[in-house]
Design a protein around this ligand. Structure first.
Ligand code: FMN
Length: 502
């Protein structure tokens, strides 16, 4: 067995089945099984330690080139083989490779896929920082998705979401950290071009990094850069063996290749490169869209809000599109509201959903009359009144209004004003907590909202207009709809200015 064979991982059953005698009754082999595809994943050893200034494209081409690297392996520091550039070879021709300084590499062919750990790409590109790890993570982060203890899951400007924004303190000199390549797709294109120019082969290149999965234990490698590889195979519209049309299946081919290569590379083995053979159908002549194509657009991300983002997702939105509001989303948001803390194990929260235009007009018209009456009593002129009452458009134009109501029958009675007021305050703050829950849950559903005081100032009128049960006290009104405006930037607030520590 050659070193190449020893490091190979066949991904499917070998082409030659075990001896027939070993099987009591050999089942009929379906025709497809006879032509079952086989891929091999082969570690490439013999590369020198890669560091800043290493010419990785030339170095890889040197190790993977006809005749292999110069005697003693590729030189430290990444100086390319003196033989490079090599004459291009004709398409389909096998490129024989020698062992390099005790290392091994497969005979690179057209259609092979060279898989490279991003760490060595970063090192060669000088993406090493002397910043303290936390600062480096902050500099690489465009969005913190979640954090717990020392662990931060962050989105980088590439759109990747991964632990520590891809900043890695392992396998680098003490006091330094390695950042992700500046543009991993571009790095992949450069490597591919070098292999084409110097070794004359058309191969795919995948650059990988290790990622955790939120719902699965352990990590696997995924593609963060790719060139000349179909990043995803779309099966949508195809039919399965039962004739059902596949509606969602898109195979993340580049990620699967990255994960397969990790089986022979591995952190502890210090093997940063592998070659995957047998997947020529995914290798393209052009560079293609790269691994960027595997980044899910924000609009399709069902888990867009990380745990750190959820409370921040709520902003007051006062203008809405005409798109109707999904009743299920509102029901789910009310269910979240009903988890608010409340005094005496009471459940003092009620909600009125005004979904029909008639119900909304009945409330808003009645409130308008009450407001005008209040303003007249306050001595305002008719012109001032007209100007003031033009406000409140958010409720008038909202596709849906939810009126939160407080029900205080569980409140305790006290003979004195002080305790009675404290008792009422407890119920009011519980209502505030429920409404905040509601607004956040609406935001998580992609809905904007504005909590408007309105009904608080004319509770009796509002209760009559909505024909509320006795004891339901309206606590404002919430305009709900799909946002037609971007939320304003949130003012920065310094925690210590709002906090006393005693
Ligand atoms: C009890 C309450 C009553 C409010 N009443 C009104 C209102 O009458 N009109 C309005 O435009 N916004 C109203 N708001 C929304 C605030 O103006 C809004 O929360 C504030 O501007 C901060 O913006 P943010 O919610 O996006 O953080 C009210 C908010 C609360 C909590």
């Amino acid at each position: 067995m050659t070193p190449e064979d020893a490091a190979s991982v066949p991904s499917t059953a070998p082409e030659t089945p075990p001896a027939a005698a070993a099987r009591p009754a050999a089942p009929a082999i379906p025709p497809a099984a006879l032509t079952a595809p086989v891929i091999t994943v082969t570690a490439v050893t013999g590369l020198p330690e890669i560091g800043p200034g290493s010419d990785l494209p030339a170095l890889l081409a040197s190790v993977l080139a006809p005749g292999g690297p110069p005697p003693g392996g590729a030189p430290p520091g990444g100086t390319p083989s003196p033989r490079a550039p090599l004459a291009p070879r004709s398409a389909g021709e096998t490129v024989p490779l020698d062992a390099a300084g005790g290392g091994s590499a497969p005979s690179l062919r057209d259609g092979d896929i060279v898989v490279v750990t991003s760490k060595v790409v970063s090192k060669a590109e000088g993406r090493i920082s002397a910043l303290p790890r936390e600062q480096a993570i902050e500099a690489e982060t465009v969005r913190v998705v979640a954090s717990r203890g020392d662990t931060t899951i962050a989105q980088t400007r590439h759109g990747l979401v991964l632990a520590a924004a891809g900043v890695d303190a392992s396998n680098t000199a003490p006091g330094t950290v390695v950042l992700l390549p500046e543009d991993p797709d571009e790095s992949a294109r450069r490597l591919r071009k070098a292999l084409r120019d110097r070794a004359g082969v058309t191969v795919g290149v995948v650059i990988t990094d290790t990622m955790g999965r939120p719902w699965r234990a352990g990590q696997t490698d995924a593609a963060i850069g790719a060139a000349g590889v179909v990043p995803a195979r779309d099966h949508r519209g195809e039919t399965d063996s039962f004739g059902n049309t596949l509606e969602v299946t898109v195979a993340a081919v580049a990620d699967e290749i990255a994960a397969a290569a990790d089986l022979v590379k591995g952190k502890t083995r210090q093997i940063p490169v592998a070659v995957v053979r047998g997947l020529a159908e995914f290798v393209t002549d052009g560079d293609g869209p790269g691994a960027r194509a595997l980044i899910r657009p924000a609009g399709e991300d069902m888990f867009r809000l990380g745990s750190a983002d959820v409370p921040l997702a709520r902003r007051t939105i006062r203008s809405f599109t005409g798109q109707p509001v999904d009743a299920g989303a509102v029901r789910r948001a009310i269910a979240t509201a009903l988890t608010a803390p409340a005094p005496h194990h009471s459940e003092p929260w009620r909600f009125v959903i005004l979904s029909s235009p008639a119900a909304r007009s009945a409330l808003l018209d009645a409130m308008l009359q009450a407001w005008i009456a209040d303003l007249r009593r306050g001595g305002f002129t008719e012109e001032q009144i007209a100007r003031r009452t033009r406000r409140g458009e958010a409720l008038r134009k909202a596709p849906l209004i939810v009126v939160p109501c407080l029900e205080t029958s569980a409140a305790h009675s006290y003979p004195d004003e002080r305790r009675s007021r404290a008792e009422r305050d407890m119920f009011v703050v519980s209502m505030g907590a429920a409404v905040q829950n509601l607004l956040i849950a609406l935001a998580v559903e992609g809905l904007g909202s504005a909590w408007i005081s309105s009904t608080l100032f004319c509770q009796d009128v509002a209760a009559r207009a909505m024909d509320l049960p006795a004891g339901w006290q309206p606590m404002g009104a919430i305009a709900v709809g799909h946002p037609a405006e971007s939320p304003r930037p949130r003012p920065g607030r310094e925690v210590k200015e709002f906090t006393l520590v005693r």
